[in-house]
Design a protein around this ligand. Structure first.
Ligand code: FES
Length: 104
């Protein structure tokens, strides 16, 4: 177990318990934060868009082509954008910070 730090759409920071093997989207959703994740993690909706703190972004595995394609379609995407359903938490990501982002 470990934690992630999530800033919500209102700017509030939440420290959430994270377990190995869980997708970031699942951790955020299961703690009741506002994330739609309409497609349930199939990399088909981008409503799980998050922006990862820059010091953590480079520690994540690179986005696959299908994730990159979805992010490319978002006006709100930044260089540290990820689809949170495509990142699986592990101990190396203990303390990871991100903020919930627009899905447009
Ligand atoms: S939940 Fe749909 S792309 Fe992540």
């Amino acid at each position: 177990m470990g934690t992630i730090k999530v800033t919500d759409h209102q700017g509030r920071e939440h420290t959430l318990a994270a377990a190995e093997g869980w997708r970031l989207m699942e951790i955020i959703r299961d703690h009741g934060l506002e994330i739609e994740a309409v497609c349930g993690g199939a990399c088909a909706c981008a409503t799980c868009h998050v922006i990862v703190d820059s010091r953590w972004a480079e520690k994540l595995h690179p986005a696959r082509a299908d994730e990159r394609d979805m992010l490319d379609d978002l006006d709100s995407a930044t260089e540290n954008s990820r689809l949170s359903c495509q990142v699986i938490w592990n101990r190396a990501l203990d303390g990871l910070g991100l903020r919930l982002a627009d899905s447009r």
